[in-house]
Design a protein around this ligand. Structure first.
Ligand code: FES
Length: 150
């Protein structure tokens, strides 16, 4: 039996997008968001919900992150991160790596096994819509979506 809190059923974690969850970092007692996605072999990977270019920019703003061909794409400036490793291989933060969070799948359930965090809930951290420090910078997604790498 795997230790760790149940975060979701495996079937709830998409392969073409992300499931947003809220965690609490034990060391600081602060809440943070994480994104979960499913790889082709049903492995689950999880990362902090932050780009490595501007760490206040969320990869998933509440409706799922953009995922294409095994990569998660930052909507702000188009950085791409390999899902298997979290490594950025294109964009302004090329060479950086997403902060990974340990998970395990057991009997169809996705569990948080990373001892640095506690599971709080599915969904994101509630924010003040006027707070521009939480990813609210003006983006260019709509204009640039068609130019993102395929
Ligand atoms: S904030 Fe993500 S690529 Fe710039």
């Amino acid at each position: 039996m795997t230790d760790g809190s149940r975060m979701a059923n495996l079937s709830e974690v998409p392969a073409d997008s992300t499931l947003l969850v809220t965690l609490r970092e034990k060391r600081t007692d602060e809440t943070l968001e994480a994104i979960l996605t499913r790889l082709s072999d049903d492995t689950i990977v999880a990362f902090k919900n932050q780009c490595q270019h501007w760490t206040d920019v969320q990869l998933d703003r509440g409706s799922g992150a953009a995922i294409r061909e095994g990569q998660v794409i930052c909507r702000k400036h188009g950085a791409t991160f390999q899902l298997e490793s979290g490594d950025c291989d294109f964009g302004p933060c090329e060479g950086s790596t997403l902060v990974s969070i340990d998970t395990a799948v057991e009997e169809g359930e996705v569990r948080l096994t990373d001892t640095d965090y506690e599971f709080v809930d599915t969904g994101g951290v509630e924010r003040d819509p006027d707070d521009l420090s939480s990813g609210g910078r003006i983006g260019f997604w709509a204009a640039s979506e068609s130019r993102l790498p395929r």
